[in-house]
Design a binder for this molecule. Structure first.
Ligand code: AHR
Length: 486
């Protein structure tokens, strides 16, 4: 029997909804053939599925694409929009049918906030500043008038703005010192046009463990920004040429994947420590605006489109990362899994009009009760699995309390073959009843267009005790326990 302990007396703070954010780039079939058709119109079956996901914030238009994107190409009459080449992703043509209005209308229909990534790598300060004015200016101004001529009277009210993307790489191959100065300049001209809406400025952040980048940006540009980003992808293979298959993997690859994804905790803690040290008292957050698994593309698909399947292994990766973000909610202000549809660790896969929910999307749904809740300290007394250098804990957990007193405990059993009986001890929680759901299967189980519900959540038996409850977590599973209080 393993113990899970939840202590309501201690909390790291509120889990911002934005930790459950998503990312949608002009890449492969994420936008065209995923969210929208070639004319930029939203695809009804996808829109319907997206509405079930409780998305709090959606990042767009990239990724690497953002630093080649000129927003004026994507506004106004379709027939007058430029056709360009998507030089980052497959060299395909981009007709700009899906632009600012189409994206922000999608966000309105999903009831989520928009997070726009501005072009720093190949754009100008004026261009970026104009985009903010175009989206947010309520009164009379050149950009607000242009927006009105394009059919939109009210401002869109975009709060989140990314100052470039991966400026150390596809966003300009810059040195941290150079980017920090540029970031100050750009940030200065991202104005507030409405007293109630101050732009939240997110600096382009580090690649994995580039702590020099975080330190330099926070030290030199900290006075101009609200958050700094971090990108970390879980790649099971030894290098980017041999990332590994999404579905055809052995036990070693399974545990290597989990071991690598657990590194997110070390990265979040180290970057957060640096931010705290060099922010000089300013509340600068960490925004993990790209994370998730990155495998070899599905055989026979365009290598530039990054289309991959999604299994129970991905469900565990999701559970581990969301637990980490919940438990570090004092500094992690936002996270955006890559990506929403048909790209990398997607929520949805599409084929024609068919839409499949992935195991990853089910974990997001099971965890949705954490959004906006108060994190509770939790601890798993658990054994470690596997080899010395690649150990992973058998259990991984986080917990939170909603304003009405409902407690959500989310726990993953990382053991691929053995069930784990758990005894959950609830400190300072007066349980009146417990229900649970579980997502379980073999590590490589996944949903297909022929078997779209092969992996889906099911009820899990729980037994109340004087001090909490007991349950048995199946091998390779993610469970969500909902505790109602007296
Ligand atoms: O998500 C795919 C790509 O990964 C993004 O465009 C880029 O920012 C990162 O390298």
């Amino acid at each position: 029997m393993s113990y899970l302990i939840v202590n309501a007396a201690r909390s790291a703070g509120t889990i911002r909804k934005t930790i459950y954010g998503q990312f949608s780039e002009h890449l492969g079939r994420c936008i065209y053939g995923g969210i929208a058709d070639q004319d930029g119109a939203l695809r009804p079956a996808v829109l319907q599925a997206l509405k079930t996901l409780h998305i709090p914030v959606l990042r767009w238009p990239g990724g690497c694409f953002a630093d080649t994107y000129h927003w004026r190409d994507g506004i106004g009459p379709r027939s007058e929009r430029k056709t360009i080449i998507n030089t980052n992703w497959g060299g395909v043509t981009e007709n700009n049918a899906f632009g600012t209005h189409e994206f922000l209308s999608l966000c309105e229909q999903l009831g989520c906030e928009a997070y726009l990534s501005g072009n720093v790598g190949s754009g100008t300060v004026q261009e970026f500043s104009d985009w903010v004015e175009y989206c947010n200016m309520p009164g009379v101004s050149p950009m607000a008038d242009l927006r009105r001529r394009n059919g939109r009277e009210a401002p869109f009210g975009v709060r989140y703005w990314g100052i470039g993307n991966e400026a150390w790489g596809c966003g300009g191959t810059m040195r941290a010192e150079y980017y920090a100065d540029l970031c100050r300049q750009y940030a200065t001209y991202l104005r507030s046009y409405d007293a109630g809406l101050v732009p939240y400025k997110i600096a382009s952040g580090a690649n994995v463990d580039d702590y020099h980048w975080t330190r330099t940006v926070v030290e030199r540009a900290g006075q101009c920004i609200d958050a700094v980003s971090l990108h970390y992808y879980t790649v099971p293979g030894p290098d980017w040429q041999h990332k590994g298959s999404a579905t055809d993997f052995d036990r070693d690859a399974y545990y290597t994947t989990l071991h690598k994804t657990l590194r997110m905790e070390e990265l979040v803690e180290n970057h957060s420590r640096i931010i705290r040290r060099f922010a000089k008292g300013r509340p600068i957050g960490l925004c993990v605006d790209e994370w998730g698994t990155w495998y070899d593309v599905e055989p026979g698909t365009n290598p530039g489109f990054l289309y991959q399947q999604n299994t129970m292994r991905d469900a565990l990766v999701t559970a581990v990362n969301l637990n980490i973000f919940n438990n570090h909610c004092d500094t992690v202000v936002m996270a955006n899994i890559a990506q929403l549809v048909n790209v990398l660790q997607a929520m949805l896969l599409t084929e024609g009009d068919k839409v499949v929910l992935t195991p990853t999307s089910h974990v997001f749904a099971m965890y949705s009760g954490h959004q906006g809740a108060r994190q509770l300290e939790s601890y798993a007394e658990t054994r470690m699995l596997r080899r010395d250098e690649e150990q992973v804990p058998e259990l991984h957990v986080s917990a939170s309390e909603q304003p009405d007193g409902t407690v959500l405990i989310t726990a993953a059993n990382l053991n691929d073959t053995e069930p784990v009986p758990v005894n959950c001890l609830l400190g300072g929680i007066h349980a009146a009843g417990v229900t649970a759901r579980v997502l379980a299967g073999a590590p490589f189980d996944h949903n297909t267009f022929d078997r779209p519900e092969a992996v889906r959540p099911a009820p899990l038996a729980v037994t109340p005790t004087e001090t909490g409850f007991t349950a048995v977590l199946p091998p390779c599973s993610v469970a969500a326990f909902t505790v109602c209080q007296k």
